[in-house]
Design a protein around this ligand. Structure first.
Ligand code: MF3
Ligand code: CO
Length: 289
């Protein structure tokens, strides 16, 4: 490598290369020589980035905790949007969805057979038995975090309850499949197995993603995959895992009128849970939940 061992590391830590990413680079170069897909350096977060993203994530978690307390039968999704906007700006942050590629609101609210990217509206009222995903993303001092949770409104059918639970397990199992120097495909393989075992399907057209210095970075984190394939997961990478699991078949369609909201083609229920995670030298750290 061109970097001298005593000069400053490329990651911006200010440490000497030999005391920072020298060993990391040797490992990565060896994997690249074996033909593996390895992350670019810009995907490797340094301590300063990680601290910044954690601050963003603390606000993001706070938003979701607040929604968890307030959500109820009869509430409109517009009210959820206002809650997200107010909490976020009061904490000096920006809701990442707002005006993102023309998205008109501060949060995505996706109910029942809506898969993702539901747009909050005063005309959409949460009713008894609904399952709703609230997907919150925050920008704080330029750092991005992203997480979503399911909420069960009033008395929810056993069928819907099970889908929500199994989808949560899919996220958990996806996270457990992450090992430093493993592969992105390990995540999708684990999630797919658990979903299929329960008679469910995994949405294919939407995926998790790198996150932190931008809303959506490489790699694409598919929730279907083959173990041992795809990009190497190196320490310092930050990604989301956000499986969308359908009770029926996986095909979806996008709303023609608003260009955003996606629904299951067969009208079956869909659920999603999302965390932002950091790959560390020892394993995984959950950053936003
Ligand atoms: N939060 C979504 C994700 O997980 C992003 C949705 S884009 C938006 O990637 F504009 F709809 F917010
Ligand atoms: Co995301």
């Amino acid at each position: 490598m061109e970097i001298k061992r005593n000069s400053k590391c490329w990651c911006g830590s200010g440490k000497k290369y030999k005391q920072c990413h020298e060993e990391f680079d040797q490992k990565l170069f060896a994997l690249a020589r074996q033909g593996k897909i390895v992350p670019e350096r810009k995907l490797i977060k340094n301590e300063k980035d990680i601290l910044g993203i954690k601050k963003s994530a603390a606000i993001n978690d706070g938003v979701l905790d607040r929604i968890e307390k307030e959500i109820h039968v009869g509430m409109s999704t517009e009210e959820i949007d206002q809650l997200v906007y107010q909490y976020t700006v009061q904490h000096g942050a920006i809701p990442a969805p707002l005006n993102y590629e023309g998205f008109p609101k501060s949060v995505c609210t996706s109910i029942n057979h809506e898969v993702c990217h539901g747009i909050p509206s005063k005309d959409v009222i949460l009713k008894d038995g609904d399952i709703v995903n609230v997907d919150v993303s925050t920008i704080f001092h330029g750092y991005y975090s992203d997480a979503s949770r399911m909420f069960m409104i009033g008395n929810v059918s056993e069928e819907a309850r099970k889908l929500v639970q199994v989808t949560k397990e899919c996220l958990q199992i996806g996270i457990e499949a992450v090992v430093p120097w493993g592969h992105v495909g390990d995540i999708g393989a684990a999630i797919m197995e658990h979903a299929h075992k329960n008679g469910y399907s995994v949405v294919r057209v939407f995926a998790g993603h790198g996150v932190g210095n931008a809303f959506h970075e490489d790699p694409i984190v598919s929730h279907v995959g083959v173990k041992g394939t795809g990009m190497v997961l190196a320490p310092g990478m930050m990604i989301t895992i956000e499986p969308m699991i359908n009770a029926g078949e996986y095909p979806v369609y996008v709303d023609k009128e608003n260009g955003w909201t996606s629904y299951t083609k067969d009208g079956s229920l869909s659920a999603q849970w999302e965390h932002t995670i950091l790959i560390t030298e020892k394993g995984v750290e959950i950053i936003a939940k």
